[in-house]
Design a protein around this ligand. Structure first.
Ligand code: 1GP
Length: 256
C-alpha cells in the first residue's frame, strides 16, 4: 500500500524541502504537556508527530493519539518498537526493519505478527530501513533490540546498509543515534547515506541545539526528529521550526 504520506515525503525531498518531526514518547508525556505541545505546533511548522519509544511503560499511547487527533491536523506516525504498539487511530506507521542489526525478530519477526492487523487497519504503511548508530553510550533501543549499532565513525557501513535496504524495497531510511544520544549521527555518515540512496532520509537522536540541526540538514537529512530537547524545553520547538523554515526558504528549487 503506497501512500499519500510517502508521496508527500518524496515530493518534499525532490524539492529539497526539509521537515521537522517531533517525537512524542507516551511514557514522558501527560495530557497537559501534550496540550502545550499541540498549541506550539499550531504556531510553528511541525510536519509530523512520531509516537513511540523503546519501552512503553504506560497505557497512555491510545489516549494520547486520540487527544492529538481531536486537537491537531499534524499527522501522527507510529514509531513502534513492538507489534504490540499498533494503533489504528494514527495516520500511518513507520514500519521499521532494523537493518543495522542482525536480530531476525526486528528484521521480519514482529512484522509477521503485525501483518494481518496492519492489513485490516487504515494505517498508511511507510516501510523504513531503521539504522541505529553508536553515539557514545548504549541506548535503550540497542539494548532492547539486542543489536549492535553501526559504528559512529564508519560511514561506509551505513551507506552500504542503506543501499541494501533500498534495494530490498524500503521506502525511507532512518539514521538514529537513539533518544538522548550523547552526540548526534555524524555529518559524514549522513552525507554517505544521502549519496548512497534516493529515498527520503530521517535523522534523529541527540539533536539538542540549533547548530546540530543545521549540520544534519546541510549534510542531507530530509526530516529531523527532536524528542528529548523539546520535552526539556518546549520553546526549542519554535527555534527548530524557524531553522527548518529558513533552510527551506533558501533551498526551495521551485522558487529558483
Ligand atoms: C530517537 O530520533 C529520536 O529515536 C529522537 O531522539 O530524543 O535524542 O531527540 P532525541
Amino acid at each position: 500500500r503506497l501512500t499519500s504520506l510517502h508521496d508527500t515525503l518524496s515530493n518534499r525531498r525532490a524539492r529539497g524541502q526539509k521537515s521537522l518531526a517531533v517525537l512524542l514518547d507516551p511514557d514522558n508525556l501527560d495530557e497537559d504537556g501534550c496540550r502545550q505541545l499541540l498549541a506550539l505546533s499550531e504556531q510553528h511548522a511541525v510536519e509530523y508527530f512520531f509516537m513511540g519509544g523503546s519501552l512503553v511503560l504506560t497505557s497512555r499511547q491510545a489516549a494520547l493519539i486520540r487527544f492529538i487527533k481531536s486537537h491537531s491536523a499534524v499527522p501522527v506516525l507510529l514509531f513502534p518498537s513492538h507489534s504490540l504498539h499498533l494503533d489504528d487511530q494514527a495516520d500511518g506507521i513507520l514500519l521499521l526493519s532494523l537493518i543495522s542489526g542482525r536480530n531476525p525478530d526486528f528484521l521480519i519477526g514482529q512484522h509477521v505478527i503485525a501483518a494481518p492487523l496492519l492489513r485490516q487497519s487504515n494505517l498508511q504503511i511507510l516501510p523504513t530501513g531503521y539504522m541505529l548508530v553508536d553515539t557514545g553510550r548504549q541506548t535503550t533501543a540497542s539494548y532492547i533490540s539486542g543489536t549492535t549499532p553501526l559504528p559512529h565513525d564508519k560511514p561506509g557501513i551505513a551507506a552500504c546498509t542503506a543501499m541494501a535496504g533500498e534495494q530490498l524495497g524500503l521506502r525511507l531510511m532512518y539514521l538514529d543515534g537513539g533518544s538522548g544520544a550523547l552526540y548526534p549521527v555524524s555529518p559524514a555518515m549522513i552525507r554517505a547515506v544521502r549519496q548512497a540512496v534516493d529515498v527520503p532520509l530521517i535523522v534523529g537522536g541527540g539533536i539538542n541545539t540549533i547548530e546540530k540541526a543545521q549540520t544534519a540538514l546541510q549534510a542531507g537529512a530530509d526530516v529531523i526528529v527532536i524528542g528529548n530537547q523539546i520535552e526539556k524545553d518546549p520553546s526549542f520547538l519554535a527555534d527548530m521550526s524557524r531553522t527548518v523554515q529558513h533552510f527551506n526558504q533558501t533551498t526551495d528549487y521551485t522558487n529558483s
